[in-house]
Ligand binder design. Structure first.
Ligand code: NAI
Ligand code: MG
Length: 369
């Protein structure tokens, strides 16, 4: 059996609490002979700042670089509000994304049958929903130069952000998206605004070229990002995989997320180039939520987003699709039993804590072994 080296970076706030539940699953997988995981741990975010006055150390960066996958909790909180910008907790996560070259952000939007009521849309629109949004993460308007605010001297200022995309950046994100579509329902929708943006024109052209050259078997559709956003709330089940740029992806993935309910349920993966040493793709898996300082340390956090992120690691880093399905099924089963943390409970419903939810999911995995 192949052995896999994980780096666990729990962070601060509820990060360590939800990471504990992932460690339970790692132990379970090892004990049952389903996998051979080894893991190392490191400080990141506020936890690292308190110890080392930086939000991630070079030593931890080296470990992240050498790991087969990084499993990340959450960072941030009011405790570090006054900390210098370069070393604020979030900077640790940004450095990981940047230095590991994690250009593809995968955000699944999946409804769990037991929670279809949690959506802001009608049950019939979201029941059985399973979308994957692939967002370009290292380019576009968040990074393009020039990026300035200039004083025009007449009481006016001018702010400039620049959207830049090169062919290679669009090609590589398109490939990730096409490959995912191939393993799913074989449909990719590319979203941009070619009607008003040059980057949209190039995006459309390059995605079409990659399709024609390498992925003729996948159905490709193009939508303008604004009407795509409308379609996402009007008829979300028409989509399988959506690929889009950094800015539109930020918005569209948050919209898709709300189709499915609570922040405590949402997983993500960020993928980079194939590591020449391990021949695996660089990858970081993290829940979409933050450190939730309002409930940190109380044992109330929903561990499902974190556990589902670990499930994505099984699927996308370790080719353990069957085991990833076991994790997803276990989450569904625990929810079907009526188990609810406070964030996903209906008014008046009994709730359980982080540990109980983690235990129940582990139990439901064991039942499938
Ligand atoms: P947040 O996601 O931490 O919390 C928003 C709301 O959702 C809170 O009421 C929280 O209690 C609830 N919530 C979040 N995750 C939950 C879970 N697993 N179970 C139950 N309830 C949950 O976002 P917020 O409050 O905007 O940010 C708090 C801190 O986290 C800030 O410092 C922010 O910068 C940081 N942050 C970090 C992220 C990361 O590490 N990737 C992402 C987003 C925010
Ligand atoms: Mg966002």
């Amino acid at each position: 059996m192949a052995s896999h080296k994980l780096l666990l970076l729990a962070g601060d706030g509820i990060g360590p609490e939800v990471m504990t539940e992932v460690k339970k699953l790692i132990d379970l997988f090892n004990k049952k002979g389903l996998a051979q995981f080894s893991f190392d741990e490191g400080l990141v975010g506020g936890a690292c700042y308190d110890a080392h006055k930086v939000s991630i150390t070079d030593e931890t960066m080296a470990k992240a670089d050498a790991a087969d996958a990084v499993i990340f909790g959450a960072v941030g909180g009011p405790k570090w509000d006054a900390v210098p910008y370069e070393v604020r907790p979030e900077a640790g996560l940004l450095r990981l994304r940047k230095d590991l070259g994690l250009y593809a952000n995968l955000r699944p939007a999946v409804t769990y049958p037991a929670l279809a009521e949690a959506s802001s849309l009608k049950r019939e629109l979201v029941e059985g929903l399973d979308i994957m949004i692939v967002r370009e993460l290292t380019g576009g308007v968040y990074f393009g130069e020039p990026k300035t605010i200039t004083d025009l001297g007449n009481g006016q200022k001018r702010a400039v952000d620049t959207q830049v995309y090169d062919t290679y950046e669009i090609e590589r994100i398109a490939r990730v998206a096409f490959e995912l579509a191939r393993k799913r329902r074989n449909k990719l929708t590319s979203m941009e605004k070619r009607n008003v943006m040059k980057t949209g024109v190039l995006w459309n052209e390059v995605v079409t070229q990659v399709h024609n050259r390498e992925f003729k078997d996948v159905t490709l559709e193009h939508q303008l990002a604004d009407s795509g956003g409308m379609q996402l709330v009007k008829n979300p089940k028409q989509f399988d995989v959506i690929v889009t740029d950094n800015l539109f992806g930020d918005l569209l993935s948050d919209i898709a997320a709300m189709l499915t309910g609570s922040l405590g349920m949402l997983a993500s993966a960020s993928l980079g180039e194939v590591n020449p040493k391990t021949r695996k793709r660089k990858a970081l898996y993290e829940p979409v939520h933050g450190s939730a300082p309002d409930i940190a340390g109380k044992g109330l956090a929903n561990p499902i987003a974190m556990i589902a992120s670990f499930g994505m690691a099984l699927r996308y880093s370790f080719d353990m699709g069957k085991e990833a399905d076991m994790v997803d099924n276990a989450i569904s089963a625990a929810l079907a039993r009526g188990l609810r943390t406070a964030d996903i409970a209906a008014k008046g419903e009994a709730t359980i804590g982080t540990t109980e939810m983690g235990d129940a999911i582990a139990e439901e995995i064991e039942k499938q072994v």
